[in-house]
Design a protein. Sequence first.
Length: 301
Amino acid sequence: MQITLQELQVFTAVVDTASITSAAERLNQTVSGVSRALGRLEHKLQTTLLRRTTRRLELTEEGQAFLKHARDILTSVEEAEEQMASRLKCPSGLLRIDAATPFILHVITPLIESFRTQYPQVELELNSNEGITDLIEKRTDVAFRVGSLRDSTLHARLIGTSRIRILASPEYLEQHGTPVNMEQLAQHTLLGFTKPELLNQWPLHERSGDMLQIKPVISSSSGETLRHLALSGAGIVCLSDFMTQRDRQAGRLVQLFPEQTLEVKQSINAVYYRNTALSSRITSFINHIIEELGERPFDEL
């Protein structure tokens, strides 16, 4: 049947004004347009809603019964619109967020309290996954991804870029010595990722011109696990600034090969599906993260 809201609006306007001409003026439509919409509605319902005379319009019994339904539907739509407009002004509801553990711990978690202070009606669910998750399958509203994006169906907003560096603890270097070239580096305990292999490319040029591909002695799927291993003196690691900046500033980790290190930066994006209407709570959260972190959040001061 597919009755439209426009047809319901026309019908109720005609009843309220008792005139097709007056209804057209109220709706800012043509008289012929209103008349056609009313005719379509009666055709779809297979009944006459209004009796037309030269002097007035009069509701039929069927028209009287249908009028209540029409008004209820239009009222519900108006209330829904008002509610959504209110939510835009004051975001509310559950927001599911996904990111790798290091990003959750070092970037998202410190900003949760300030977000909740500003948007107390938004409930947050934080999920940590080291790999790429399916947003729909995991019922995720927004994910934060480090590195290049492969899924073209996702819409992305750049949060910032973060440089990767080769690091070790002072305790490890004191015990095992500080490597000064790649030949010496190969003799050390290297900490790396189980997957993807791309994360085991370190920002040093090999003789071939390619980035150094290391074979880790100790590997993990979690960057946070590797960070803790490096802090404990277990070996040498290559990690992103967003998770090691404070460690380097405090002297807990020391950068190796500062002069030879290539300036390789990982992009960090907030992603969500293109075909999903972006709710106010997603917008407010992404905007809050960007505003709090600033234009170049992970760059050195």
